[in-house]
Design a protein around this ligand. Sequence first.
Ligand SMILES: [Zn+2]
Length: 326
Amino acid sequence: MTTNDADDRRLLVSMSVGQTAYAVWAKQARRERFFNIARLLEASAAVKRVRAEQAMRRLGEVAQTLTNINRALAGLEPEAAATGPVTGTSAFQRELLERAARALADGRDLTYTELGDLFVCSTCGRLMEGDPPAFCPECGTVREGFLDFRIVDGMGTLGPHAIVRRLEQGLKTVQALVAGLSEEQLAMPVNGFPAFKDLIGHLTDMDIVFRERAWMILETNQPKLSSAHPPTLRSAVKYRTMPIDELIEQYTTSRQQTLGLLRGLTQAAWQRIGHHEIYGPVPLLHQGNWVVAHEQGHLIELAQMRHNMLYGHNRVIDIAQEILHP
Ligand SMILES: [Zn+2]
């Protein structure tokens, strides 16, 4: 092994672990509602992934697909070596992380004025902010080769059709999740907090907030979206005493109204803008992705709670309640 190989091996291991670390940290930042900081961490994870890929190719660990598949079947993954110091973070990346640290010191997310659109060159891993150049200043790759981490995509990149489909699917999923569980089980707090019923009431609360925002964006000119926090999960404790049928009916009624507002909207309508304090000017599409992502997180929690109740497993449930809804 040459010195270069040893360096590349260290780089491969360090960047691979780094990629996982930044990706998980990004997920956590989303739970804590620091969505712009999450975007920075996601871009940083992409930088690490590209650098790991470069090191892997230099090491000759990438062959023709047939060889790679045979190698995967034989369980022969690239060999890991002890990590050592690696200069994996550029001065610019550190500057962005310091911006995040300063915002967090105030207990808040970065705003759109503090963290612009981010781009990562998929060839060399260079991180860029703001309007992307036509060519990567480091390796000359064209702009089409950049990975995008834009503010407007910060809540997800589902299109109108997929958003409507997910909102429809939610109706069936919620029904299936409560099937066969008793009122008592549904009112039982898990890990102290919350209960099944809290979460279903909370999904309705959020559906209403989203519909009101969507209505404002569609009916008024570039409205300011209320920066007040949407209804907290803590305030949803009041739903615990309601019969489940009533909760499901509320959810269904609200969701059908929301779907009624969204179905048949034109592309132009989905691109109408609202002004958000943290994200700046965002299209309705952004808010649609937001409500879908929020609901998805809670549906996963509900599924884990159901599984534990039915099968008595005591798997730790990764509930994000307090941090997700401060
Ligand atoms: Zn480049």
